[in-house]
Design a protein around this ligand. Structure first.
Ligand code: CP
Ligand code: NVA
Length: 305
């Protein structure tokens, strides 16, 4: 793998993604067959969380344990960065103890600064801008269900948020077409739009039905992300027409795969009925966080060629 860190989806080439997904499939097979894969024996991952998490926290910690290593959870309530210790010092010092750091926080710049000031691999576990680990799991899940990635058409319906931005880059890198349907004011980040401006595989639409037409996979996420709680009433009203429901799914390919990074708000971005009809794929997606992240950690933190 060429990348030294996973700070954003565009850090990965198509070959990097394919290498991660191949190893992730192997990790999953090994786990299902009770074969151990102790690629990180004796190594430690530092985990910094300044936002809530269920899946990311548990999958990284469990993944390190399964790989023969150990993970330490650090939050602002119990670490000195919560009392103002600069990133420069936290990164420099943690690099003397641990073999890699996973960070979930608000500003993308903080994750990038951490990588600059530290000397160990840094993995983005979600920022306001990006969620690359989620998209690796999603790509793994779509490939499991539909046997391929290149040539598929996927759509995003809802807020053009962090998960959406990483999906656009990841999908296009893998040779998929992606249509994004969101209302004005909820577009993906300008730098993502600039990056894909001339890519014929990308389409930005206002009509969710147009985006869903014949799609092989449909993605959505909450209408108010972490940190946007105060704006939630306005966001829910503005995004109300961008719900994944049975009527929208009836426009998609017959074997459409529905993906939701979770947590889900049934009755907002997805109906309870649509969620229930596709819960298997959504839970597979959540499970695959574990396998995909074990692959990322083994490639970034294990012995390198
Ligand atoms: N999808 C995801 O990142 O879930 P958590 O917020 O529970 O980690
Ligand atoms: N867009 C959501 C994803 C949660 C996993 C958020 O940032 O809160």
């Amino acid at each position: 793998m060429t990348a030294k860190h996973l700070l954003k989806m565009s850090d990965l080439t198509q070959a990097d993604i394919m290498e991660i997904l191949a190893l992730a499939d192997q990790m999953k097979f090994n786990q299902q067959h009770n074969l151990s894969h102790r690629a990180l024996e004796g190594k430690t991952l530092g985990m910094i969380f300044t936002k809530a998490s269920t899946r990311t926290r548990v999958s990284f910690e469990t993944g390190m344990f399964q790989l023969g290593g150990h993970a330490i959870n650090l939050t602002p309530a119990d670490a000195q960065f919560g009392r103002g210790e600069p990133i420069e010092d936290t990164a420099g010092v943690l690099s003397r103890y641990v073999n890699g750091v996973m960070i979930r926080t608000f500003a993308q710049k903080d994750v990038e600064d951490f990588a600059r000031y530290g000397s160990v691999p840094v993995i983005n576990g979600l920022t306001d801008d990006e969620h690359p680990c989620q998209i690796l799991a999603d790509l793994m899940t779509v490939r499991e269900h539909l046997a391929t990635l290149a040539g598929l058409t996927v759509c995003w319906v809802g807020d053009g948020n962090n998960v959406c931005g990483s999906l656009i880059v990841g999908a296009l890198t893998c040779g998929m077409k992606i249509r994004v349907a969101c209302p004005e004011g909820y577009d993906p980040r300008p730098d993502v739009l600039e990056r894909v401006r001339n890519n014929p595989g990308f389409t930005l639409l206002r009509d969710p039905r147009e985006a869903a037409e014949g799609a092989n996979a449909v993605f959505t996420d909450v209408f108010a992300s972490m940190g946007q709680e105060d704006d939630a009433p306005k966001r829910l009203a503005d995004l109300a027409g961008y719900q994944v429901n049975m009527e929208l799914l009836s426009l998609c390919a017959k074997n459409v795969v529905v993906q939701h990074c979770l947590p889900a708000h049934r009755g907002e971005e997805i109906t309870a009925e649509a969620f229930a009809a596709h819960a298997k794929e959504i839970y597979d997606e959540a499970e695959n966080r574990l396998h995909a992240q074990k692959a990322v950690m083994a490639l970034l933190m294990g012995e390198r060629d």
